[in-house]
Write a protein that binds this ligand. Structure first.
Ligand code: IMP
Length: 435
């Protein structure tokens, strides 16, 4: 099996973009299987930086890029992204960008609902990306969503929109939003549909399965991360999709065995955006220093997509170990190690205390997850720079010990280690597509 699935192991923003880009040079095609434009990947190649949200990373290589049925796709956001990709010289065509006709359409009414609910929730808000992702998945589960296949049939689409509005208009009234007529939804859709129609394809799942049968290397690109999974994350402070590796099967239409090796992306410390439990969060100068990123602020912790400042804290081995188990992680990719350069010592959370008892998992009950006291072990820091190093042997000795300790605590071997945002600043211990 020569496929690779990439998942985040923390709360997102682990640096998946760079890893996915590195892998996409080795893959034949990439498939997104969940999430929407709440994701945000930054890909740096030479002096060029690409920011993607919906487009699979293989667009940078001009290879086949598939947006699977499990993705919720805002057509306006996608068109903007395609235009931006073309403006930096990338070729996006119906041959290399395919959207599953079973993917769900994110509409402006989803965004409005997301934002209005968050505004009403005040200090109880989730801190969503405001892209309408939650409401779109709600409509999907409620069987009233518009799917890309519906756009081809105006009569059926009208019916679907009526049904959708019967649900949304009472909510809109309650939130002080304007009531919508079917035409308010249909007219904008009729403008974007012709632009996307050449990319919308039937039986995309078979195309992926056939590619696998023919020995093609498929990269399944996860977005967000395990601790934001709607079942396994810090619910209700999660996203609205399943983000764990098992979702590859449902969200792309392939058997579970197709996911191949699972690569868990692990940041060398912990961050999260939005609200919710975060046991190792730091509120002091150390937290600020992590937010500023490594030397020169290369890794500064501000969201790719929304520009929000990320909350920062020490590495939490308990939650990454949980992710390793939930996802069946074969190997980890450690990112942003260079941000820790120059710290006199670094801490790792190895367990939690809850009501005087020690536990080794993130509890499902919100009030428990909010009351955890991290148990730390302290590791020696390193003064030398690890930035840009491409050979394991050249890493500072204390940095090597820190990485080896992480492997042991999370229960998965290191495959790759990133030492700067650049694609080639990567130490390869094992190529996930090989062997
Ligand atoms: P939503 O996915 O926009 O509904 O947001 C729900 C939660 O997931 C919020 O805490 C967001 O900040 C978080 N979230 C969603 N997508 C990402 C991501 O790609 N990286 C990090 N956090 C994310």
């Amino acid at each position: 099996m020569s496929n690779v699935t990439v998942v985040g192991t923390q709360w997102g923003d682990e640096g998946k973009g760079k890893v996915i880009d590195w892998l996409s040079t080795r893959a034949d095609m990439a498939v997104r299987f969940q999430g929407g434009n709440n994701a945000g990947h930054t890909i740096a190649v030479g002096d060029k930086t690409y920011k993607t949200a919906l487009l699979p990373s293989t667009v940078v290589q001009g290879k086949l890029s598939i947006i699977g049925n499990g993705v919720v796709v805002d057509p306006w956001a996608l068109l903007d992204e395609i235009a931006r990709a073309r403006s930096v010289g990338l070729s996006v065509t119906p041959e290399n960008l395919v959207i599953s006709e079973a993917a769900t359409v994110v509409l402006p009414l989803h965004r409005e609902l997301d934002l209005a609910r968050e505004a009403r929730a005040g200090d109880k808000k989730i801190g969503t990306t405001g892209r309408g992702i939650g409401p779109a998945y709600e409509d999907k589960a409620g069987r009233r969503a518009i799917r890309y296949a519906d756009l081809a049939d105006p009569a059926a689409l009208s019916d679907r929109v009526e049904r959708l509005l019967a649900h949304h208009n009472p909510l809109r009234v309650d939130l002080g939003l304007q009531v919508l007529a079917a035409e308010d939804v249909l007219a904008p859709l009729s403008e974007v549909y012709p632009l996307l129609a050449p990319h919308i394809q039937p039986v995309v799942w078979r195309r992926i399965n056939n590619a696998i049968a023919n020995g093609r290397r498929v990269l399944f690109e996860g977005a967000q991360a395990a601790m934001l999974d709607v079942d396994h994350g810090t619910y209700p402070y999660t996203t609205s999709s399943n983000t764990v590796s098992g979702q590859v099967s449902a969200g792309a239409g392939v058997p579970v065995q197709a996911m191949g090796r699972v690569l868990g992306i692990v940041k060398a410390y912990t961050t999260r955006v939005g609200a919710g439990p975060f046991p190792t969060e730091l509120f002091d100068e150390t937290g600020e220093r992590l937010t500023r990123g490594g030397a020169g602020g290369l890794g500064a912790e501000f969201g790719t997509n929304t520009g929000r400042k990320r909350r920062c804290g020490w590495f939490d081995a308990v939650l990454v170990r949980q992710s390793v188990e939930l996802n069946g992680v074969s190997g980890i990719v450690l990112t942003k190690l260079d941000v820790l350069d120059g710290f006199p010592s670094v801490k790792i959370c190895t367990g939690y205390e809850l009501d005087g008892e020690s536990i080794d998992y993130l509890p499902a009950r919100l009030c428990d997850a909010q009351s955890l006291v991290p148990i730390y072990e302290e590791c020696e820091g390193w003064t030398e720079s690890s930035q840009g190093i491409r050979d394991w042997e050249q890493l500072p000795e204390a940095a090597k010990r820190y990485v080896r300790r992480i492997e042991t605590l999370v229960g998965a071997p290191l495959f790759l280690l990133g030492t700067s945002p650049q694609r080639d600043d990567t130490i390869v211990l094992k190529d996930p597509f090989e062997g």
